[in-house]
Design a protein around this ligand. Structure first.
Ligand code: SF4
Ligand code: SF4
Length: 355
């Protein structure tokens, strides 16, 4: 829908509504602003970099182009919420008695937090313009639908897709959750953000598993985030030692980005955490049965992977810990009903006995 007569303050109202809901950045682009995205995705799929995430292949066509997802879309409003930690997320890696859980997963599930807020913003946008544009439609996607939010965010000027493949912002560094609103209103767009990585390779140098085959390319098959969260079955041996005590995700490439010096801690109250939670001792995790796991991670993204995958990861962290006090728990898990857990526990037991 072409909109020649937007009210003068439409952008200020939209930004005010977004800020009030906790979004710190907002940008607008068109659905055809990312022509290279489909090609980039096709190359990653061809190279097998999506590992076993078959849904990426299944949704590739819709992912590659917003109009394939919704033919009437005229404008894409991209929103970013900062989840920057107030603490150094990497210090936990030097504490083998603890399990390192990725910063984003230490909070309530961000899908829940964002979804509600984006829907509220969509309703406000529609309500503000319905009188002038009765046919206005607004659709909401929060990471669960196949939207290529990172290139769209770059096109909308929120940041650029760094060499670690995530979005980097000059204002917020690498700690951003993204969401988008699609509308059939044709809105004025923002300027694309250019790449400011320069000669920096810090994220590549920091990766414990060499998961970047080249700048701007990530091979999920080698990435600890993928291996600990998405991957089913045993974790390949070559990645077990580099995992250290990372039991859910990995923050290394994000945390070392020099642009984080401009980041500030999350202000959105549901995401803010003044200090790293201390309730993450491996001994406690190793003892979780299915019920206790569900209770412990109720409302957390960690719950999604289920007890068995989580305990598999904890066994590997225990094997890397050199802490003999974890041996009894690990020995018990060698008899676990889940063979992947039992195998990881046998590996951990052997590692612990080497010390
Ligand atoms: S998340 Fe960790 S393992 Fe994955 S690419 Fe980044 S540094 Fe490497
Ligand atoms: S660490 Fe350096 S190369 Fe990687 S995304 Fe940040 S600026 Fe770019």
């Amino acid at each position: 829908m072409s909109v020649p007569n937007l009210p003068k303050n439409w952008r200020a109202n939209l930004e005010a509504d977004a800020n009030e809901l906790g979004f710190e950045s907002i940008g607008i682009t068109t659905p055809d602003a990312i022509p290279e995205a489909a090609e980039r995705l096709a190359r990653a799929l061809k190279d097998g970099h999506h590992a076993t995430m078959g849904w990426m292949e299944e949704t590739a066509e819709r992912r590659g182009s917003p109009t394939a997802l919704w033919p009437d879309v005229q404008s894409v409003i991209v929103l970013a919420m900062n989840y920057g930690p107030e603490f150094d997320p990497l210090t936990v890696l030097d504490e083998p008695e603890r399990g390192a859980i990725s910063v984003y997963a230490r909070h309530r599930d961000y899908h829940d937090v964002m979804k509600g807020k984006v829907k509220t913003l969509a309703s406000k946008l529609a309500a503000r313009h319905r009188e002038t544009f009765p046919d206005i439609e607004v659709k909401v996607f929060v990471d669960t639908a196949p939207v290529m939010e990172k290139p769209l965010a770059q096109a909308a000027g929120l940041g650029w897709q760094g060499k670690h493949t995530n979005l980097v912002s000059r204002d917020h560094g690498s700690w951003l959750f993204l969401a988008s609103l699609f509308t059939n209103l044709s809105l004025p767009v923002d300027k694309l953000e250019r790449d400011h990585c320069g000669s920096c390779m810090d994220c590549h140098d920091a990766c414990p598993t060499n998961a970047f085959p080249a700048p701007y390319r990530l091979d999920a098959r080698r990435c600890i985030s993928y291996l600990t969260i998405e991957h089913h079955g045993p974790i390949p041996h070559e990645f077990r030692k580099p995992m250290g005590n990372r039991i859910y995700g990995c923050d290394d490439c994000l945390a070392v980005c020099p642009w984080n010096k401009f980041a500030h801690a999350a202000s959105e109250v549901k995401l803010a955490s003044p200090e790293p939670p201390r309730d993450d001792d491996l001994a406690g995790f190793l003892a979780l049965d299915d019920t206790a796991f569900r209770t412990r991670f109720s409302g957390s993204p960690v719950k999604r992977i289920g007890r068995d995958r989580f305990i598999r990861n904890c066994c590997i962290a225990a094997g890397n810990s050199a802490l003999p006090e974890l041996l009894p728990a690990v020995e018990q898990l060698t008899q676990d009903a889940d063979e992947t857990v039992a195998e990881a526990a046998r590996w951990a037991e052997a590692e612990l006995r080497k010390n």
